[in-house]
Design a protein around this ligand. Sequence first.
Ligand SMILES: C[S@@+](CC[C@H](N)C(=O)[O-])C[C@H]1O[C@@H](n2cnc3c(N)ncnc32)[C@H](O)[C@@H]1O
Length: 243
Amino acid sequence: MKIDVITVFPEMFRGFFGESILKRAAAMGAAEIRTVDLRDFATDRRRTVDDKPYSGGPGMLMKPEVWFQAVEACMGDGSRPARVVLTTPAGRPYTQRIAEELSGAEHLVILCGHYEGIDERVSTLVTDEISMGDFVLTGGEIPAAAVVDSVVRLLPGVLGGGSEATARESFGAGGLLEAPQYTRPPEYRGLKVPPLLLNGDHAKTDGWRRRQAFDLTSRNRPDLIAMGGTYAVGGFEEREERQ
Ligand SMILES: C[S@@+](CC[C@H](N)C(=O)[O-])C[C@H]1O[C@@H](n2cnc3c(N)ncnc32)[C@H](O)[C@@H]1O
């Protein structure tokens, strides 16, 4: 997958894209990630990318010309189908489903807004308007980094464990949050790992995990249960959990 992130702050991404899974994905050729400096498409000496909004009010708006030029430059001859993602608080709330959808694209172009946002005409270039949540950030760089990370880790071969690794995570195939997990030691400062997890019985452990995932999701994200996150209530698993 090819990913272009258009921003006025390309330096912000240097560390993020150069570490961990993203570094590995680039090294193995699964993702080619590039930052594009929006100011390279300004035509004046001061490399201006913003102007006053017609509607008045405080702040500056990003100008359409630089965005059109930058997006078109990223798309090249248009032979590679692209998803063009605008980061905006007014977009669709970002979810794992959208990450999965985007991970099927050959080319992602992500637009990071700044200042008061971007001239509305730029939305005609966009296939997806994405919000990171009901809050306002200073710029689209953090949302863009989150989109790149969540998409790239879904690309084949990038995570050890294959697609099973992501299917078992929160928002995976079952639609629930992931159950609590433990590692050694079995007891730390009086805090014990649930004994059932120590006996190596996979059938019982699976039942316990599903029940825990359901309880955690009911507590913290009942909206996911309403959307169809399920737990097949089997008598055996139920009894194990209630012990
Ligand atoms: C200060 S914000 C502009 C907010 C805009 N005036 C509004 O009220 O919706 C500047 C840029 O940050 C990014 N941004 C801020 N909050 C975001 C969010 N919750 N999700 C996605 N992008 C966000 C967008 O790219 C936006 O253009």
